[in-house]
Structure formats: structure tokens, C-alpha cells
Ligand binder design. Sequence first.
Ligand code: SAH
Length: 214
Amino acid sequence: MTDDLQEARNDMVLKQLLHRGIRNPRVLDAMRKVPRERFLPPSQRDRAYADQALPVDCQQTISQPYIVALMTEAMELDGEQRVLEVGTGTGYQTAILAELAREVVTIERHAALSEQAARVLNELGYRNIEARVGDGTLGCPERAPFDAVMVTAAASRCPPALFEQLREGGVLVIPLGGRDVQTLEAVCKVGGAPESESLSACRFVPLIGEQGWH
Ligand code: SAH
């Protein structure tokens, strides 16, 4: 893909990702490819490759590119996985996942965000994404088990339904902590039990739902 923002994307990958230790070549390629500006409201487009989260519609945010890359890298996707994403938001992270997995089921509680994300993802040609509207803390039992699960909103504990829908040996990435600051955790299912690894401090909007904040 070549366009006038390709250089900005390459620069973002070098300075924000490679220099901070993101190494997975497939993740770096996906981050070089997906046009983040397409997922932003017009007022934010000139900041598409800035090193920060940005405000989007419905008082939500699009994650900082580094956090998107870090969360994606932790899932160790090789193109074969079926992935569940909770918190579609703009759909930017969904696109990165769709580049690296076989299939992505993504759930968003705001119908307006889900529809907008689905429209952009469709325009960009993604055909391996199923966008759903609903309470993602309950997951998607009818499509379970998933090889990997990503939650892009913050919870105080891992929603049990999501861990249950993760296959044995799979990884679930989620920001856990308080409403204001959290730690990004990669939770692996080993012998049916969780084994967690902390990746980074982070700040996400709250996960609101039956097994999240009320
Ligand atoms: N990954 C997104 C950023 C998501 S922000 C991106 O790249 O743009 C977190 C999103 O989670 C918000 O859109 C919010 O509405 C959504 N959310 C919060 N609680 C949710 C729930 N229980 N189910 C589904 N989506 C939820």
C-alpha cells in the first residue's frame, strides 16, 4: 500500500514501536499497513500517527499505537486463530487483529460506534470480521471457544465468561485495575487456570456491563 501517509506510518513504527521493543515482524507490518486516520473523526485526523490515545465519538478513545501493538504482540497470532475482541470502538484495533488472525468476532456496546467501525472495515476490504452490538463482558458463547481474547476497556477483574470462552493454552489480554489506572495483563489458560503476566501500566475507559463496571 502506498499513500501520502505511508511515511508517517513508517516513522510511527520506527520511533514508537521498534524503539520501545515491539519485535514481532507481523505486528510491525500490520501497523505499517492499517490507515489509522480512517478510523478517526475528521477533527483528529491530522494527529493520526501521534504518540497518544485520541478522543473519538461517544466519549470513548482510540488507543495509543504503542498500546495497540503491545496488546497485539502478546496474543502471538500466526494467521490461524479465531479471536474475540471486546470494545470495538473505532475498529482500528479490530483491523490490526484481522490482518493477523483468521477470524475476528468483535463486540461493542454502543451501536453507533459499532456501525461506524463496520462501515470503515468493510470499505477497507476486511471480510474476516463479525461486528456485534451488545455486552461484551458476556463474550459470545455461541462462537466459543476462542484462541485468543482481547479486551480494550478496563475492568477490576477478568470477566469469568471471557476466561471460560478462551481455549486451553490461549491468551486473554486485558487492562485490570481501578477506573483511572490499570495494568495491562496477559492471562494464559494453563490446565484450566489463569497464569498472568503484567505487560505495562495503562489507562483505558471502563468496561461497562454485567461482568464489568456498572
Ligand atoms: N480498541 C478501540 C478502543 C476501544 S475504547 C479502538 O481501537 O478504537 C473501549 C471501547 O469499549 C469503547 O468503545 C466502549 O464503548 C467499549 N465498551 C465498554 N464496555 C463494553 C462492553 N461491556 N461490551 C462491549 N464494548 C464495551
